[in-house]
Write a protein that binds this ligand. Structure first.
Ligand code: SAM
Length: 257
């Protein structure tokens, strides 16, 4: 039986029973294999841009399911899929910019799938900005621990897929991205959905960001550079904003002041 990491398990839980799934950038192939083994997905596609990772997936299939044929495909991003071929597309464990480049490549193909589960390793803010600027609704967010990191999982549907987008409206309409620039930037970094859901790792997630920023601030203040006052001010402002968000996460208040 395939044993998934907590990160991949969290992604698996977001797939609905009976959904067909393409795992783009599958590498080891554990997620689609597990989805198939659990009887959750009747049809899974394992896709990767490189031969090496697909060979890894092949070796894992030979080890765990020697008698089962899986659908392995090689190619860039969503190019390996026919329009609308699967219900859900998973793109996990890559940078946020790589993910948005994959989504941007052929927007008609991208819009042909019902929904996306995305797990960017970095540039999460850029990916959210891309989604919101390109007609996607962010329908869910989840934080999951992986070693010393807290990973972010983003579910999104294209607004063109009105059936899927509307079914989320009751939840999503509670979530507003703030119009004020300071808050909007922070909302792109720390999704308002996490506050509405009272996500268990949210406090720690924000505390980690504050720690990192305080270290930056400290090295800016003690460093030798002379033209640092602008950077110090930006860093201090960021700490201030993060502390507001931390307070909000602890008091469970979602409203902006
Ligand atoms: C770090 S692995 C992530 C594996 C798995 N998805 C996970 O989350 O554990 C990233 C994989 O994405 C693949 N990849 C990177 N860019 C890609 C692209 N444009 N299209 C398809 N696969 C890509 C890499 O070859 C690599 O196998």
């Amino acid at each position: 039986m395939i044993k998934l990491s907590d990160r991949l398990k969290a992604i698996e839980e977001l797939i609905y029973q009976g959904e067909t799934v393409a795992d783009i950038g599958t590498d080891h192939g554990f997620l689609p294999m597990s989805l198939w083994e659990a009887g959750k997905s009747p049809n899974v596609i394992l896709s990767d841009v490189k031969v090496g990772p697909l060979k890894k997936a092949e070796a894992n299939i030979a080890k765990y399911f020697p008698d089962q044929r899986f659908d392995l495909r090689i190619g860039n991003g969503l190019q390996t899929l026919e329009y609308g071929e699967v219900d859900a597309v998973v793109i996990a464990g890559m940078g946020g910019i790589v993910i948005s480049d994959i989504l941007a490549e052929d927007i008609n193909r991208t819009n042909s799938f019902k929904r996306y589960i995305l797990q960017p390793r970095n540039a999460q803010k850029s990916l959210r900005a891309w989604l919101l600027d390109n007609g996607f609704v962010i329908t869910d967010e989840k934080l999951v621990r992986e070693g010393k990191y807290i990973c972010e999982i983003i579910s999104a549907v294209s607004e063109n897929r009105s059936e899927e987008a509307e079914s989320y409206n009751a939840f999503v309409s509670k979530v507003n991205y703030h119009m004020n620039k300071e808050y909007y930037d922070m909302d792109l970094e720390i999704s308002p959905i996490l506050f509405v859901k009272k996500e268990p790792l949210l406090v720690e997630f924000i505390e980690n960001k504050i720690k990192i920023e305080l270290n930056i601030l400290n090295s800016l203040k003690t460093g030798a550079k002379t033209d640092k006052s602008k950077k110090v001010k930006l860093s201090e402002d960021r700490v201030k904003s993060l502390r507001k968000y931390l307070k909000r996460s602890m008091t469970n208040e979602y409203e902006y002041e």
